[in-house]
Write a protein that binds this ligand. Sequence first.
Ligand SMILES: NC(=O)c1ccc[n+]([C@@H]2O[C@H](COP(=O)([O-])OP(=O)(O)OC[C@H]3O[C@@H](n4cnc5c(N)ncnc54)[C@H](O)[C@@H]3O)[C@@H](O)[C@H]2O)c1
Length: 355
Amino acid sequence: MSVVISGICGFVGSSLARWLKESQPDLEIFGFDNFSRPGSHLNRAVLDGMGIKVFHADVRQASDVDNMPKAKWVIDAAANPSVLAGVDGISSSKQVIESNLYGSVNLLEYAKRHQAGFILISSSRVYSIAELQKIPLAPGAESYVFDEKQQSPQGVSANGIAESFSTAAPISLYGGTKLASEVLALEYAAMSNIPVWINRCGVLAGAGQFGRPDQGIFSYWIHSYLARQPLRYVGFGGSGLQVRDCLHPSDLSLLIKQQMDTANDGRPQICNIGGGKNSAMSLKQLSNWCSEKFAEHTVSTSSDTRMFDTPWIVMDNGLAKNTWKFEPKVSLNDILEEIAVHAKEHPEWLKVSAI
Ligand SMILES: NC(=O)c1ccc[n+]([C@@H]2O[C@H](COP(=O)([O-])OP(=O)(O)OC[C@H]3O[C@@H](n4cnc5c(N)ncnc54)[C@H](O)[C@@H]3O)[C@@H](O)[C@H]2O)c1
């Protein structure tokens, strides 16, 4: 069996490559990256050392993708993964669409030509921002809490957001490219009879993640707190009550291992994949966790509001549990501990990756 991973030197791509290789030494893994994410170059030597071939290539270039050796499976993990991509003044909207959407099309063409299976790392950001903002929440002392007494939008419960939640625009350019990739992946599955699995992931987190305020928030926060770098609660009145769940990539790799052993057999092709309500916390709770671990550090507040800010994203894993017996194994605390150890061992990390 062989697998090609796009964005193989990113946090998710490199983590999947490592976990899959460790659990299946016979699996031939290779991949490519254009090293646009600061810090991604550091993963190249690690993967090389494990016998995982890394090519320097760009997913936007059809000829680069066409030139990849043949593989039985494709994992699409190359993207600009920020919800602010295309509106942050760093990347243009066209660049985001080229990497995130046209890149997926190039990979789907590759999968069609080689009759390879295709696994898309999609995102919780395909869900409607307006509807996410309507989720009834009670402001607890430490975090927003889902309020079961009030009427909620379709597809959400105290267990989180389900696949039936609205995907109506606006969902951000990032979310839009992911949703469009999902639709096209399903079309290629039907047209070319290739297996396609779409994992709508919530926040993924772990050691070695490149963190910025807009992406990789758990890593960014812990590294910044330890290094006593300025941190701010933005949005929601500067309360820090906004909640996200998080999942360790090793749990995603266990799922992907199963998916690579499964042909399309009528089971749902799109599943929400996240840590779920047991792995959810607010920024304020994350700061409290850090203050118990490290020296106290003051987090400032900001009255700014940001486009696309949402108060509560928790993934309901119910469908994945029924479909794949998916059950996260790595606890929230273990994820935070792992990042904290990495932060202590790598005081230079923010300079490498938070740029
Ligand atoms: N990290 C998360 O919390 C999370 C959550 C949901 C979905 N995802 C998805 O997982 C995938 C990987 O995200 P990540 O967190 O590892 O981000 P990342 O930035 O760490 O990794 C992405 C990698 O893709 C590479 N890349 C970007 N554009 C490229 C291009 N045009 N050609 C080749 N390589 C390119 C980057 O250099 C980087 O190494 C993305 O598709 C993202 O949307 C991530």
